[in-house]
Design a protein around this ligand. Structure first.
Ligand SMILES: Cc1cc2nc3c(=O)[nH]c(=O)nc-3n(C[C@H](O)[C@H](O)[C@H](O)COP(=O)(O)OP(=O)(O)OC[C@H]3O[C@@H](n4cnc5c(N)ncnc54)[C@H](O)[C@@H]3O)c2cc1C
Length: 511
């Protein structure tokens, strides 16, 4: 199949494809990569942009499944650990890294609770081994002294601190970047990937597609239609009713807790099993999360955190650290929606752990729930269902062994001599990002690689690549999804002129 670039709108698309995928979050892009690499002609569309929905509002963790083990869900836990290993060692080592996680043994954590947590971490390490993920990728857990606990997290309250439990899980460089990378890989294998193309109605064999740039509509037929619209799945398939629950994170500057070397699990006072995570990010910020609030009424395009959630997170963190956080420490806040499926009898089933593949009366296959970590397996299950239901002539699933564009073994990535930030976000494609920016702009590396500011490490080179290779159409795509500057409103203002410049430079080339 011919390699393509990510496009927008509905012009120039074929009238018929083997598989039409609705939604370009991690699930839909994962499905598009799966179908294309099985030799099926594929069109994957999003009403807005890549990673417009929940996929950009996650905690950015590559979960090993420990929490599912605690609930006795051994199959789900193993699947999570297995997929974590594939992401970290085969498909996306460039976008993932080992994240140290510290549970401080404070006076609010009883010795019994501490012992149970330690046993859980040992079980988590067994999961890692059963998934054949190496110790080099994820070191084993260990108990650390109070002195070492304070060295790893200097801001913690020292009173009553008995030490800490240090373990390792996976962390994504950026969730939306993973989506953009999967989408670009699917397009490189030949998928038609289009943003600004909204599906108005869908059956198992056709969709009415509206070009959001021109307002024109057209019908496209397919042998199979896969609905990967996340919490919006019920808007296209009326048999599905989702009742979402909101999870909120705060964004702090890294200077709020200087020298924080690990994610800290701050215990929720009064609970033995709930924690709020304080997670240092690679871009000079710290995320604090998570809440769990039921959402009533219409599903918003962009969910908004409530002041009550923000207050709760600030209180829990302030109880664990010597610095008492204020509202003014919060430089950004974001929320995502977990899909809960309405069981029809007034109760809901949580599919945020285990995904579901559902076939509607008209034959639309919906894939919903799950996690970023397990997107590959979710895509495989949805496509297996499509192949069986529609009798598609498809090859076997190969995504477990096909690295994404830019992926390479960690030792090879470490030896690359390109700018460190570009390697972290594009892997071996860092050279392509820079060469492309030079060719498009005619500018020197000083200008192309200069960070926006001390607090904003984003460069013009990556913004230009966002337009030329990742389908970005406007400043929102660049600031809110190809990069994550938009998570901090004040930074967004500062970076706006550079995003406009990237668009101007690329337009000049296009005309
Ligand atoms: C708060 C929170 C934290 C999380 N943290 C983690 C984590 O740390 N690690 C982890 O592994 N998982 C995590 N998850 C889970 C993970 O984020 C989700 O499972 C995943 O992002 C869902 O992706 P999706 O592609 O199914 O949906 P989405 O990302 O929501 O994508 C759906 C897409 O469909 C598009 N769409 C909707 N309607 C239409 C239409 N009619 N036509 C065309 N397009 C349409 C939307 O624009 C959107 O882009 C978290 C979830 C939440 C809520």
């Amino acid at each position: 199949m011919t390699a393509r670039l990510i496009g927008h709108g509905a012009a120039g698309l074929p009238d018929h494809v083997d598989v039409l995928v609705i939604g370009l979050g991690i699930t839909g892009t994962g499905v598009a990569l799966d179908t294309t690499t099985r030799g099926l002609t594929t069109l994957a569309v999003d009403a807005h942009d890549l990673a417009y929905g929940t996929s950009r509002w996650s905690s950015k963790l590559v979960h090993g499944g420990l929490r599912y083990l605690a609930n006795g869900q051994i199959g789900v836990a193993h699947e999570s650990a297995f997929e974590r290993g594939i992401l970290m060692e085969v498909t996306a080592p460039h976008l993932t890294h080992a994240m140290p996680m510290l549970v401080p043994l404070m006076s609010s954590v009883s010795p019994v609770a501490g012992g149970l947590t330690r046993a859980g971490l040992v079980a988590g390490d067994l999961l890692r081994r059963s998934a054949r993920t190496s110790r080099e990728t994820l070191p084993g857990p260990r108990r650390v002294s109070a002195t070492e606990t304070l060295r790893i997290a200097p801001g913690l309250r020292p009173e009553g601190l008995r030490g800490g439990l240090l373990s390792w899980d996976g962390q994504l460089e950026d969730d939306a970047r993973l989506v953009a990378n999967v989408a670009r890989t699917a397009a490189a294998y030949g998928a038609h990937v289009r943003t600004r193309a909204r599906v108005m109605t869908a059956t198992g064999t056709d969709v009415e597609l509206r070009d959001e740039l021109t307002g024109e509509t057209r019908t496209i037929t397919a042998k199979a239609v896969i609905n990967a619209t996340g919490v919006w799945a019920g808007e296209l398939v009326d048999e599905i009713t989702l009742r979402p629950s909101r999870g909120t994170h705060l964004v702090l500057r890294s200077g709020t807790f200087p020298d924080l070397r690990a994610t800290v699990a701050a215990p929720v006072p009064g609970s033995t099993s709930r924690f709020v995570l304080v997670m240092p990010q690679p871009d000079k910020t710290i995320y604090v999360g998570l809440t769990d609030e039921p959402v009533e009424g219409e599903i918003p395009d962009v969910p908004t955190p409530s002041e009550a959630e923000i207050g709760f997170l600030l209180d829990v963190v302030s109880a664990a650290f010597t610095r008492s956080l204020r509202r003014s420490d919060v430089v950004g806040a974001f929320a995502g929606l977990r899909p809960l499926i309405d069981a029809g009898d007034g109760s809901t089933a949580d599919i945020s752990r285990k995904h579901a593949v559902l076939t509607s009366r008209t034959g639309v296959i919906t894939i919903v729930g799950g996690k970023l970590t397990t997107y590959r397996r979710m895509a495989q299950d949805a496509v297996d269902c499509a192949v069986a239901t529609a009798g598609l002539d498809a090859g076997p699933c190969v995504t477990a062994t096909r690295p994404l564009l830019g992926a390479a073994p960690r030792d090879q990535l470490a030896r690359l001599e390109h700018p460190e930030r570009l390697v972290r976000r594009f892997g071996t494609d860092a050279a392509l990002v820079l060469d492309n920016a030079r060719a498009v702009s005619g500018l020197g590396d000083d200008e192309l690689l200069a960070p926006v500011s001390d607090d904003i490490p984003v460069t013009l080179a990556e913004l230009i690549f966002g337009v030329t290779h990742e389908g970005a159409v406007d400043v929102d795509d660049l600031l809110d999804r190809r990069t994550r500057i938009g998570l901090v409103a004040a930074d967004r203002e500062v970076a706006l002129p550079l995003a406009r410049r990237a668009l101007d430079l690329t337009r000049r080339v296009a005309h």
